[in-house]
Write a protein that binds this ligand. Structure first.
Ligand code: AMP
Ligand code: ZN
Ligand code: FE
Ligand code: FE
Length: 286
């Protein structure tokens, strides 16, 4: 089995890339992608550790696109991590984060929660500070009992401490990944919060914009839902991907590779992603 969706301390996961690869090895994974939010800086460490463990490593990234009513995250795989254009765009997204984050802290203080941005930065210890870091500080200070409660009551879209940040459009997110030589996959499609019919229409539009596939095999989906997205991908002639969305202690119920216990992502999914990426980088073979 494999896992194509995971986060490390380079964004809002709790493990280092090397620790994550150790967990993957213990779980018997054949291949793993690290897909941190808005950064590719953890990939070299992950790749080195994977080489030592005899696990196949896949370069990945997760970009949050501008979308309503839910959220739309685009995963990129098998791109050139040294692409200038990609790195510049990700840097801009990190700047947008650092503009948004202090505003979340002030909103929380206005609501009577003494949360200071420097504490949150200190906890994150990296360039990509995200809402889960705020949630952890809120738990530590006793304002909420869990990270989930912090989101449900304060941090989730629509709650009082939610602050928008500048995002790329879906089309630009896809183009960024494709221009860096990568394959673009729609993460956890249900989080767009659309009806089945609107989900299909939306994915068709994204496909016209260059989207390659759908993350149909995901921790928080049951087997019926997974089948639904797999058959949608088949119908639209798109790839199927899958992963746990492991965040370590920031999402304590989700394990790497096995998700909530029933996750099984076949190697074949990665085989197809790699084949597509290879075809694109050597178009003479088509
Ligand atoms: P950010 O990129 O800082 O806006 O935060 C995104 C992170 O927050 C991702 O790891 C999401 O999985 C997590 N997240 C977003 N909404 C929720 C929610 N309602 N409950 C728990 N985690 C969430
Ligand atoms: Zn995350
Ligand atoms: Fe996501
Ligand atoms: Fe994720």
């Amino acid at each position: 089995m494999i896992d194509l969706h995971s986060h490390t301390r380079f964004s809002d996961g709790s493990t280092t890339p090397a620790e994550l690869i150790c967990l993957a090895a213990s779980a018997g994974a054949r291949a793993v992608a690290i897909t941190d939010h808005d950064t590719v800086d953890g990939l070299p460490e992950g790749r080195r550790a994977a080489q030592e463990s005899g696990i196949e490593f896949v370069d990945g990234v997760e970009i949050s696109a501008d979308f309503q009513p839910g959220t739309m995250h685009i995963l990129g795989y098998c791109f050139d991590p040294s692409s200038k254009e990609l790195n510049l765009a990700l840097e801009k997204l990190r700047v947008a984060r650092s503009e948004r984050n202090p505003q979340i802290a002030s909103r929380l203080r206005a609501l009577g929660l003494e949360v200071h941005y420097d504490e949150v930065v200190g906890l994150a210890g990296n360039e990509v500070v995200g809402r889960p870091h705020f949630a952890r500080v809120m738990v530590t200070k006793g304002y909420v009992a869990s990270i989930k409660e912090a989101f449900d009551r304060f941090l989730a879209k629509g709650q009082a401490a939610y602050v928008e940040k500048h995002r790329l459009s879906p089309a630009d997110s896809i183009e960024l990944i494709r221009k860096a030589g990568g394959v673009a996959i729609l993460a956890h499609p249900y989080q767009m919060k659309l009806s089945d019919e609107d989900t299909e229409d939306q994915i068709k539009r994204l496909k016209d914009q260059g989207l390659d596939g759908i993350e149909a095999i995901y921790s928080r989906l049951n087997s019926v839902e997974r089948e639904k997205y797999i058959s949608l991908a088949d119908r639209l002639g798109m790839l199927v991907s899958g992963g746990s969305d492991f965040h370590g202690s920031f999402k304590p119920d989700i394990s790497l590779v096995t998700g909530l216990g029933d996750l099984q992502v076949p190697y074949e999914a990665l085989g197809k992603i790699k084949a597509l990426a290879a075809l694109r980088s050597r178009p003479s073979l088509t």
